[in-house]
Design a binder for this molecule. Structure first.
Ligand SMILES: [Zn+2]
Length: 123
């Protein structure tokens, strides 16, 4: 949705000149009220445009990721991502190298949230 802000602003400029020329209190009041409403709409427009862009990115991303326990995978990337970071914050964070620790547990640790993706619990 593109708003022709240039046209809106030049319309306002014409109204400002008329307000100056005729000095009609009712017209001036209406002009100032309209001007402040337009500023509110402009701010809303910027906010919504940014919000919409964020949503589009999230939607694009969610169509390219898949969950294969215990990790998240991104299309075209064989390295796993942290499930917790993705599900909580929508962020893709590569998990560390595969590691093995006591009692035969195998998994990878997220460098950001330290969540452990268990590939194997115990022998
Ligand atoms: Zn994480």
């Amino acid at each position: 949705m593109a708003i022709a802000w240039g046209a809106v602003l030049s319309g306002m400029e014409i109204m400002r000149k008329i307000a100056e020329k005729y000095q009609d209190p009712k017209f001036n009041e209406a002009y100032l009220s309209l001007q402040s409403k337009i500023m509110e709409i402009q701010e809303d427009h910027i906010r919504l445009t940014n919000e919409n862009e964020g949503l589009k990115k999230t939607q694009d991303l969610s169509s390219k990721v898949s969950f294969k326990r215990p990790y998240i995978y991104l299309e075209g990337d064989s390295e796993p991502y942290c499930q917790k970071c993705y599900e909580n914050e929508g962020k893709l964070v590569h998990v560390g190298q595969k590691d093995e620790w006591d009692m035969g547990q195998v998994g990878r640790i997220c460098p950001v949230c330290e969540h452990i993706g268990h590939e194997k619990w115990r022998d």
